[in-house]
Write a protein of this length. Structure first.
Length: 154
């Protein structure tokens, strides 16, 4: 296929705008809570991180809908505890990767890459990324706090 200069110029001018529009369309649809298929934390009970010091699979029949996502719990007591104060138990940054948010973008997380710091639950993309995040937890939290929730629109 042969293009003349005018076509090449038109493509070179419009392509960056098309790419930017695609990013904006994607960014505007970024939900507040990271939830694959509408299920937060891959179905892991958020309260269990605090009570069991481990990720515990939630029961699909014991749920609570909050902030646009369905949260699963290992038992009704944990569900009721969460429902009474979701902000206290939900992961920071909507369950998106704490490292990524500190860097100015969002990324998925896995339930196994977690840490509670000052009574708050933080999740990361992987255990490897979590180790990087742990090199400067106070700095990473400060950066992520400064970026949140603007990264949902970035």
């Amino acid at each position: 296929m042969h293009h003349n200069r005018r076509q090449i110029l038109a493509i070179s001018v419009t392509l960056p705008f098309a790419a930017m529009a695609g990013r904006l369309a994607h960014a505007q649809s970024t939900p507040t809570i990271y939830a694959e298929g509408g299920i937060a934390i891959d179905g892991t009970d958020p309260v269990a991180y605090f009570t069991e010091s481990a990720p515990v699979a939630g029961d699909p029949s014991i749920t609570h809908d909050w902030n646009g996502a369905t949260w699963r719990f290992a038992n009704a007591e944990n569900r009721d505890t969460f429902a009474a104060d979701p902000e206290a138990y939900a992961p920071q940054y909507g369950g998106y990767c704490a490292w990524a948010v500190s860097e100015g973008y969002t990324a998925s997380t896995v339930p196994e890459a977690w840490k509670i710091v000052d009574g708050r639950l933080y999740l990361n993309f992987s255990r490897r990324i979590q180790r990087r995040w742990e090199r400067d937890i106070p700095g990473r939290i400060a950066s992520a706090d400064a970026n949140w929730p603007d990264v949902l629109n970035a």
